[in-house]
Design a protein around this ligand. Structure first.
Ligand SMILES: Nc1ncnc2c1ncn2[C@@H]1O[C@H](COP(=O)(O)OP(=O)(O)OP(=O)(O)O)[C@@H](O)[C@H]1O
Length: 329
């Protein structure tokens, strides 16, 4: 595979679900047998992007934005209504074996492993499905078990494992065939902070070792900050932003925080911005981003400032704002 050929190409991708609609009641049920009414749900409304091999991209959006639907189209679980998706040159919806060998989909809220069996047995099943050569399979399996530190858990029935332990097994199962594109849908959902961090470190390490392309959705911004230099934000089925995370903050953060320590008491900083906190000589002010330089200059000229720091709002706040506003400021 040449580095010049994109791993993923998505052009004007559209998915419209048609859901039957009827009024409640028996009569309505009978009527609907003769005249079916359907309602169109525009889950994905013309999404385009290109991802290069080896990139780790965060796919963000509020609930219902169309992330899972897009991932399902990219992995061939759903046919697009229109538009085009290509993954390593394959049309995902055709589900060709050569394509399936190169990708994997991990969904944080879904189990693929056999509940009553130890993970090791499920791994054997996966080996058979993908017809993996035994030696290669064992090497990959043991490397993954080692990386995720689950050596003593693989012999326990999956249902006796904690949520985080189970997730690790799911991830091993999903990577046994050494896929080159990972579609991770909320892989750290519901896990505690330590486990989230482990999974995160693992994904980074897997990407470093194998050069795999990763498209990841997560509601935990810590995941995205740690793993993804680039983010694609979708909202109402459309791409709202595609670029470096830092540029997202730049574009969408509407305010800056000024943390001012005064040398002496007596000054009142209310006139400089919204006072978020005031503790003795220390003030935290919120000011519109565009006015931050001018206000900083005024503060330094007019108040007895001992120390001044300018902070960007936390990434979670910025994202919340992106979702709430829906258009850049
Ligand atoms: N099988 C389906 N039939 C009808 N509508 C659906 C179906 N699956 C999803 N939808 C709708 O399509 C829209 C997009 O859903 P999708 O699951 O892709 O969003 P999402 O961004 O993954 O959200 P979340 O963060 O909540 O997982 C939503 O309005 C959802 O209700």
């Amino acid at each position: 595979m040449s580095a010049h050929i994109p791993a993923i190409i998505v052009r004007d991708l559209v998915k419209t679900y048609e859901v039957p609609e009827r009024d409640p009641g028996l009569l309505a049920a009978i009527r609907s047998l003769f005249r079916r009414r359907v309602r169109a749900i525009h889950a994905v409304s013309g999404v385009s992007f290109t991802i290069q091999p080896g990139e780790v991209v965060g796919f963000l959006g509020p609930n219902g934005a169309g992330k899972t639907t897009t991932l399902k189209m990219l992995t061939g679980l759903l046919h697009p209504t229109s538009g085009e998706a290509l993954v390593f040159g394959y049309v995902p919806a055709r589900r060709e074996p050569a394509f399936l060998r190169r990708i994997t989909l991990v969904m944080g809220n879904r189990n693929q492993l056999q509940w009553d069996l130890p993970a090791l047995d499920s791994f054997e099943l996966i080996r058979a499905i993908y017809r993996l050569p035994p030696a290669e399979f064992r090497a990959t399996r043991d490397e993954l078990i080692d990386l995720l530190e689950v050596g003593d858990l693989v012999r326990k029935p999956v249902r006796n494992l904690s949520l985080g332990e189970r997730m690790k097994m799911e991830i091993i199962g999903a990577l046994l065939h050494r896929p080159q594109a990972l579609f991770l849908d909320e892989p750290t959902l519901g896990l505690d902070v330590t486990m989230q961090r482990r999974i995160r470190a693992f994904v980074a390490e897997y990407n470093r070792r194998t050069g795999a392309t990763v498209l990841l959705t997560s509601h935990y911004m810590a995941d995205v900050e740690a793993l993804c230099r680039r983010v694609i934000v979708i909202h109402h089925g459309r791409v709202l932003f595609d670029g470096p995370l830092s540029a997202l903050v730049d574009q969408f953060a509407a305010y800056r925080k000024l943390i001012v320590t005064l040398a002496e008491s007596g000054a009142d900083l209310k006139g400089f911005g919204e006072v978020l906190a005031h503790d003795g000589l220390r003030y935290t002010l919120r000011v519109p981003k565009a006015m931050a330089p001018a206000i900083t200059a005024r503060l330094l000229a007019e108040a007895p400032v001992a120390d001044l720091m300018v902070e960007e709002p936390p990434i979670d706040d910025v994202i919340e704002q992106v979702f709430a506003v829906g258009t850049p400021r």
